[in-house]
Design a protein around this ligand. Structure first.
Ligand code: SAH
Length: 380
């Protein structure tokens, strides 16, 4: 019988870590200091082992290692694209897998992080949308994606690299899943990722992308405070209803009202609207004019994304000249409209290509598994 796994300290907020340490018997007056020490080992040094924590006395290290785990989830496949893009398939549990992608560019390196295994949204052009939701990722699992990427990129000080030269400069919640359907875990994970005494990625360099879960956008503004990206893809409800079915619940007008109210918007802090270019669906000049009309007044940038194909996809990418002309119309109306160069297509790592083999476990199987874990916990 397998031994029940120990809880992890990874992904806890600072308060969460204090609670966990208090439960482990650490005296109240030491909680802040111990949390700071552990925080630095985990998120500045990248420690995966309590033994490495030389600022803690040996008996304490032993106690902690008996109670807590620092293990990373397993990387089951790692691929590198001809353009340098990297993709990791990470296994969080039996049959629970998601992908994380690193996109190096000249002036930045962006880590694209998943929030769920599978997705409930069924956007017609998205590969992940063909996979059922398996489950939400925990804050630990979301933070672990960043740690795994840093491990593989040798970005911890112990690897001897100059820590001023960062490879991961930006994080985007644009992998598998809808982050606003996993709000608390995403919020807690991003509070860890942005903590200035740890991984230290500023909230201005973290972007949360949503297909438009309108009621959660104000909370995202207040409680997360990252940059916001909206997967808009159409300026008319009749088109968006088809390609982003969530639109039937939260139509464009309501979505854009929530965007207008997003805190802290200015020309230096704009909302990104993502617009996937689908041939004959949303790519006409009239579509471009409609787009600039509906977003008027919102400090915004439009990312034009050439559609990335996947097996069995019902759409084609708009022609390149079409994308350029569309972009020009948007640009002349005063909005930056960069065309996103597809990255990592050869390893199926580009926008909308992510999918794992994970399938939803049947309730009866899950129950059986839980029972055997319970049994394993009994003294024997
Ligand atoms: N659920 C969130 C987070 C996923 S982000 C959201 O929808 O914003 C993934 C981005 O890739 C979204 O903007 C999505 O619309 C886009 N995308 C999905 N499939 C695509 C494809 N085949 N080609 C290009 N972009 C795609």
């Amino acid at each position: 019988m397998s031994t029940p796994s120990k809880p992890s300290l990874i992904g806890l907020t600072r308060d969460g870590m204090k609670h966990a340490l208090a439960d482990a018997g650490i005296e109240a007056k030491h909680l802040s200091m111990r949390t700071s020490q552990l925080w630095s080992w985990l998120y500045v040094q990248g420690a995966t082992d309590f033994d490495a924590m030389t600022t803690l006395a040996k008996p304490l290290r032993r106690d902690l290692s008996e109670r807590f785990s620092l293990a990373r989830p397993e990387v089951v496949a790692a691929q590198v694209s001809v353009d340098g893009t990297r993709k990791w398939l990470i296994q969080f549990g039996p049959g629970v897998e998601a992908e994380t992608v690193f996109i190096p560019e000249e002036d930045r390196g962006t880590l694209c992080v998943s929030s769920q295994v599978g997705c409930t949204l069924n956007c017609r052009f998205c590969h992940t949308g063909t996979q059922k939701l398996v489950r939400n990722l925990t804050a630990e699992e979301i933070v672990s994606q960043v740690l795994i990427a840093r491990d593989d990129l040798k970005e911890w000080p112990r690897a001897g690299r100059n820590s001023d030269v960062r490879q991961i400069t930006n994080v985007v919640m644009m992998g598998m899943g809808e982050p606003l359907y996993n709000f608390e875990n995403v919020r807690d994970a991003l509070s860890v990722v942005s903590d200035g005494e740890g991984l230290s990625l500023s909230k201005r360099r973290i972007t949360l992308s949503t297909a438009g879960v309108v009621p959660m956008i104000p909370r995202a503004g207040e409680e997360i405070g990252s940059m916001l990206a909206i997967s808009l893809h159409a300026a008319r409800d009749d088109v968006r209803d088809v390609i982003v079915p969530l639109n039937k619940k939260y139509p464009i007008k309501e979505l854009l009202a929530a965007c207008r109210a997003y805190p802290g918007l200015s020309n230096a802090r704009r909302i990104t609207f993502e617009y996937v270019m689908l041939k004959g669906v949303n790519d006409s000049n009239a579509d471009a004019r409609e787009l600039v009309k509906v977003i008027r007044g919102i400090p915004a940038k439009i990312n034009l994304i050439p559609f990335n194909p996947w097996p069995g996809a019902p759409y084609e990418c708009a022609d390149w000249e079409r994308i350029e002309e569309f972009g020009e119309i948007v640009n002349r109306a005063g909005y930056a409209s960069p065309i996103r160069t597809p990255r990592g297509r050869d390893i199926m790592a580009a926008c909308g290509q992510l999918k794992s083999e994970s399938v939803k476990q049947r309730a009866s199987e899950r129950l059986a598994e839980l029972r055997s874990q319970e049994l394993a916990r009994l003294p024997h």
